[in-house]
Write a protein that binds this ligand. Sequence first.
Ligand code: NAD
Length: 558
Amino acid sequence: MSVTACRGTQLRCRSWRAEALLRLLENVLEVGERPEELVVYASIGKAVKDWDAYRQITDALRRLGEDQTLVLQTGRPVAVLNTHAAAPMVVSAVNNTVGNWATEERFYSRLAEHKTIWGGLTAAAWQYIGRQGVLGGTYELLRAALGRHFQETTAPHRWVLTAGLGGMGSSQPISARMLQLSTLTVEADPAKLSRLHATGGLDLVLDDLSEALAAVTTATAKRCPSAVGLLGNAAEIFPAIAASDALPDIVTDQTAAHDARYGYLPAGYTLETWTSARERDPGRVERDARASMAAQIRAMLELGDRGSVVFENGNNLRVQASQVLEEGERGRVFAEIPGFMEAYLRPLFSRGIGPFRWMILSGDEHDMKVVDDLASTMFPERPEIARWINLARRHIPLQGLPARSCWLGYGERSALAVAVNEAVADGRITAPVAFSRDHLDSAGMTHPRIGTEGMRDDSDGVTDWPLLDAMLLAAGGADLVAVHSGGGGYSGWMQSAGVTIVADGTQAAAIRLRRALDLDSGLGVIRHATAGYGEALDAVEKSQQPGAHGEPLNLIQN
Ligand code: NAD
C-alpha cells in the first residue's frame, strides 16, 4: 500500500487540527524509506505499529472532536477520551521501558513478537520531513567545525569523508555543498546512491576508490566543490583511505550504526546475504557488524592522528564499536572522537536554538514562500536566519509536503508561528501550517552519547527534562505530544519528547502556539542555565528585557 499526503483545502476530519495530524502521518510515509513496511528512517523507525493500527488511527482522526484526545501506545490507538478544547488531540508514548528491561535483547524479542516498535525520534510522532529535517543541523555542525578548526566560513579547498546516504545521512553532501565543501560519501546500497544522484544531491557516483579520491582531489585543487558518492562498505573504505596518502579535512559517519542487527552492513556481506544471515543467526550478524564498526573507528582514529578533524554525528558508532574494542582503544575512542553536540552545537541549544520546522499542509509552494519570507525578515538581529532560508531555497529539493527546518531559538519560534497564524487567518496563506521540531532539541532529548554527552552538571543520562517538557507541552495545549524511548541499539540510551502545533488561523491556535512553543524552548534554556552554561544564563536575562521575543523566563537559581 502506498500513501501520499492529502493536499489542498478540503477537510476529511472534523477540524483542521485533526486533519493536520492525519496529513502529517501520511506525509511521513510519503517521504519515508520503506513505506510498505511503515518504516520511515533510522533503519527500523516506524510511523505506526502495523497496517491495522494505521487504519484505526486514520479512522479515529477523521471522527475526532476538538474536545477529545486520541491516545496512542507504542504505535497503536488504545482510546479516544473526552478532554477539552485546549488539550492535545493526540498523545503518544512509544517503547518507554524501565531501565533494567530496556535492553537490546528484550527489544528485539518483543519486536519479533510484534509487541513493540522503535518509533525513531520523529517517525512515530509524524514529524519526519525527509532529509530536509536534519539538513539545517548538519549545516550548523559543519559550519561550526569549519569555524572552530580552520577559522573559515566556506572552504572550497577542503573535503569531508563520511558514509551513509539513508533517510538522514543523505543530508550530508547537500549541507556540505552549502559551505562549498567537497564530500566523499561511502554508501553500500546502489539504490541510495542513484536516488540522491537523480535528485541532484550527488554530482558523481563511482565504485572505485582511486577514482573517487582523484575526483575530490581535483575538486578541492580547482576550488570547485563536488559531492562524490562511492559504492562500498565504510568498514573497508575508511581503513583503505587511512592507509593511503589522502587526508580528508573532516571525517564522520552517518550509517545507521546505532543498530548492529538492522542498521550497519558488516564487511564481507552483500545486501542480500545480510538479510538471510539476519534470519539465520542474528547474533553473528551483530558481532560481525560491531567488528566492522571497530575497523571503521580505528581508521577514524588513524585519520585523526594524521590531522583530520573527526567527530561522531549522532549514530552511536562509538558505543557499538567499543563493545568489541580493547580497553585502551575504547578509552581513545571516547577521548579523541567527540560527539557532535558537545563539540559544536551546545552553545546554540543553550539559547534554545535548535531544529524548528514547519510543514505546509496545503502542499502549495506559494504558502511556503510566505512562511519563508516571514522567517527571513522577522529577525534582522540574527542575519544567519535569512542566510539559511536563502541557502535552503536554492539547495534543498522538496520532499513530500513543502517543509522547512530552520534553527530558531527561544521566543523566535512562537513569534514566527503567531505571525504565520495571522497570515492563515487573513488569507495570505491558503490553509493551516503545522509547526514542530526534531526531538533532538534543547529540552526534548536525553541521550548520553548524543544530545546530552558531557553536560556540565553531569546530567548526561537524566531523563527528567524531556519528561518535564512533555508535561509542559500538554499543559500548553500542543496538538500532539509524544514521548519516545530508544529501540534496537538505542535501547536504554535515550528518552525524547516531541511536539506538533497547528496554526489554523484561530485565536485559540495563537494562544496554543505562543504558550507551547515558549514552554518548550524556554525549558531548554532553563535546563542549560541550571547546568551552568553562560549562554543560557544570558538568554534568561535577555528574555526579561523589554521587547524581547517570548515570555520572560523566571529561572530559580539554586
Ligand atoms: P537509514 O537506515 O535510512 O540509512 C543508513 C544508510 O547507511 C543506508 O543507506 C545503508 O545502506 C548505509 N549503510 C549501512 N551500513 C553501511 C556500511 N557498512 N557502509 C556503507 N553504508 C552503510 O538511516 P538514517 O535515517 O540515514 O540515519 C542514520 C543514522 O543517523 C542513524 O543512526 C540515526 O539514528 C542517526 N541520526 C542522527 C541525527 C543527528 O542529528 N545527527 C539525526 C537523525 C538520525
